[in-house]
Design a binder for this molecule. Sequence first.
Ligand code: GUN
Length: 280
Amino acid sequence: MDGKALAERVRAEVAKDIEELGRPAGLATVLVGDDPASEIYIKRKQEACREVGIEPFDHHLSAETTEEELLALVGELNADDRVTGILCQLPLPDQIDEDRIIRSIAPIKDVDGFHPFSAGHLLQGSPTFVAATPAGIMEILREYEVELLGARAVVVGRSNIVGKPMALLLLAEHATVTICHSRTRDLAAVVREADVVVAAVGRAGMITGDMVREGATVVDVGINRVEGKVVGDVAEDVRGRAGLLTPVPGGVGPMTIASLLRNTVKAARYQAGVLAFPLD
Ligand code: GUN
C-alpha cells in the first residue's frame, strides 16, 4: 500500500481546502531540546505546511526549558489568532510533565489530538481531532478498500498516540478489535487470527512471517534505526504472506503528515466558525 502516493493526493486536497477557506491557517510547532529525530520530523511538518499554504510558526526551545516556561509559550499560542493549530513534539525532557503540557493546549487548536478532550470525543464516537498516525492509517485502509466490517483486527501496541486511538477507529468501522502489548501471552497466536494487523511497538522485525495469516493486511507503524537504515516493526518475510502491506519508508509516515495537515484545516474551519466546535 503506497502511502506516499496517497499523501501527495491528500496534500493537493488540503491546498485546495485552504484556498477555499479564504483565511490564513497557521501551525505552531514546539520542539524542546535537540533530539535529531524530532528535529527531522518538525522540519518535515513545516515543509509540508508551506507546500499547502499553511503558515508554520517555529518554536525551538533549549533542553533546559522549565515546565512553567513551556506553559507560558503554549498560553501565548492559544491566544494568538494567527496560530490555528498547536503541535508540541513529544517526547519532552524529563523535567516537564508531558500530560500537563498536552492539557494546556486549547482543545480547538489540538491538531495532534492528544488532549483528553479530543481523546474523549473520539472514545465516544464524535471525534474533533484524531491523532494523525491512526487517522492516516484509516485513510490508507479506505483507499485500498480493506474490509473492516466484522473483520478481526489486531493492534500491537497500546500508546495514547497510536495503539489506543487506532483500536477505537477500527472499532468505529465495526471491526472486532484486540489490543496486544508487551504482557500479552502468546502474541503470535493472537496475531495469527487477524485479518488486519497494525504493528506499532517500536521494535525492528517484531512481527514475523509465521505470525501472519496468509492474505492478511499488515500496517507497519514502526520507525526503527538499525545500522543506519530505517526499518519497521514488520520483518522482511511478512512480504510473502501478507495480501497488502505498508512499506517502511513510504507507507504510514507520509500519511501521518498529510493527516496533520487535514487536522490543521479542520482547526482553521472550527475557528472561522464554518464548522461547529462541540464546546459552545
Ligand atoms: N512524537 C512521535 N509522534 C508524534 C506525533 O505525531 N506528534 C507529536 N507531537 N509528537 C510525536
